[in-house]
Design a protein around this ligand. Structure first.
Ligand SMILES: Nc1ncnc2c1ncn2[C@@H]1O[C@H](COP(=O)(O)OP(=O)(O)OP(=O)(O)O)[C@@H](O)[C@H]1O
Ligand SMILES: [Mg+2]
Length: 336
């Protein structure tokens, strides 16, 4: 049974379009012109309990808008959402008790009070029994390293410190579903990695379902087996990370150092039968770019080794960054 079901979800925003100049402003006062922006465009997916799903897409793709609808902050224009059997924007009170939310761009905590006071307030709001509260707090102190931060007012925390406290706050009531919108934005490597470990541990221990948006694709590689990618509000990929890589990156790159210098004409002769492109910034070092569907790396390597003196070679593995850049740039749906 899916824990989250989204069906043909649509969100339109009506935005006010300003006209330029003074006369434009006067006209705007009298007769406002509106424009409809479709931020989410007929998206459907379902998520099983215990999954960690990466929800990715370029800036403005509609990720935060989706998360806001899933968490009940925004009302969909059309389509349906069910999270743990509830309709988020209709049953907000019951819904928020069963989810955790972190928006990396802004804190959920109260700015002027100490972290521990904020956590105690949340304990009251969520009606968390004292022993549970104490036990979880202890765990978060350990795993997120927040013990020293508890008595500091939220406004005095650094971004990384605040983010760790925000995560603790979002999980105090042990929600079965956790929404994270850019939880690692602007964080240093060490904090990023402790946050990733924490998410992994929570998922393992409590089988928490996690939806995560991020622009840091190494977050995705560390945490998510499944990826949902959206582009201009539309779903363009839903599947496992590995197939996404395999499918999208047809192009591979082979880097070769030669013992003796060689020019393009010489190489073109050696590789005449193989469909490869060549690039170089030195006659000792060449890079061969080829489509793995047309030619296999061992064939090219074999040919080079048999005809030329090779000092070193390296076959680059497709990087998730390249895959995603390729897809964002082309904006085309990857076939499911
Ligand atoms: N409250 C709003 N009013 C009008 N338009 C909005 C509003 N919120 C978002 N949009 C528009 O909807 C689109 C999707 O925005 P959204 O914030 O969901 O993108 P995103 O994928 O989260 O991007 P980012 O990676 O930059 O966070 C954008 O074109 C944005 O300008
Ligand atoms: Mg966003």
């Amino acid at each position: 049974m899916p824990i989250i079901e989204v069906n043909e979800l649509v969100k339109n925003f009506r935005t006010f379009r300003r006209r330029s100049g003074l006369w434009g402003s006067v006209k705007d006062l009298v007769n406002r012109k509106y424009q409809i922006v479709r931020a989410v465009d007929h998206i459907s997916f379902s998520i099983e309990p215990g999954e960690i799903v990466g929800y990715i897409g370029a800036n403005g793709a509609g990720k935060s808008t989706t998360i806001k609808m899933l968490t009940g902050i925004l009302v969909p224009t059309s389509g349906s959402i069910s999270v743990q059997g509830l309709v988020p924007y209709k049953q907000r009170y019951q819904h928020v008790k069963k989810i955790g939310v972190v928006f990396g761009q802004r804190t959920q905590l109260w700015w002027d009070i100490a972290v521990i006071e904020a956590l105690r307030l949340l304990q009251k709001i969520y009606e968390i029994p004292k022993p549970d509260f104490e036990a979880r707090l202890k765990k978060f102190e350990e795993v997120l390293g927040i013990a020293d931060l508890l008595n500091i007012p939220v406004r005095k925390l650094s971004l990384g410190q605040r983010m760790r406290c925000d995560l603790a706050a979002s999980l105090l009531h042990n929600p079965p579903v956790l929404f994270l919108d850019e939880p690692t934005i602007g964080l240093d490597i060490a904090v990023k990695s402790s946050i990733r470990d924490f998410i992994k541990e929570i998922n393992r221990e409590y089988n928490t379902t996690v939806i995560l948006t991020t622009h840091d694709l190494s977050d995705i590689e560390h945490l998510c087996r499944r990826v949902i990618m959206i582009d201009h509000g539309r779903l363009i990929y839903d599947g496992d990370l590995k197939s996404l890589k395999d499918r999208a990156v047809g192009r591979r790159r082979l880097l070769v150092d030669f013992i003796l210098p060689i020019d393009r004409t010489g190489l073109e002769k050696v590789l005449a039968e193989y469909p490869v492109e060549m690039e170089s910034n030195s006659p000792f070092h060449w890079e061969f770019i080829f489509d793995r569907k047309k030619v296999a790396a061992p064939e090219i390597i074999g040919q080079l080794l048999s005809k030329l003196e090779v000092k070193d070679l390296e076959l680059e593995n497709p990087k998730i960054e390249d895959v995603v850049r390729e897809i964002y740039q082309q904006g085309r749906p990857a076939a499911p």
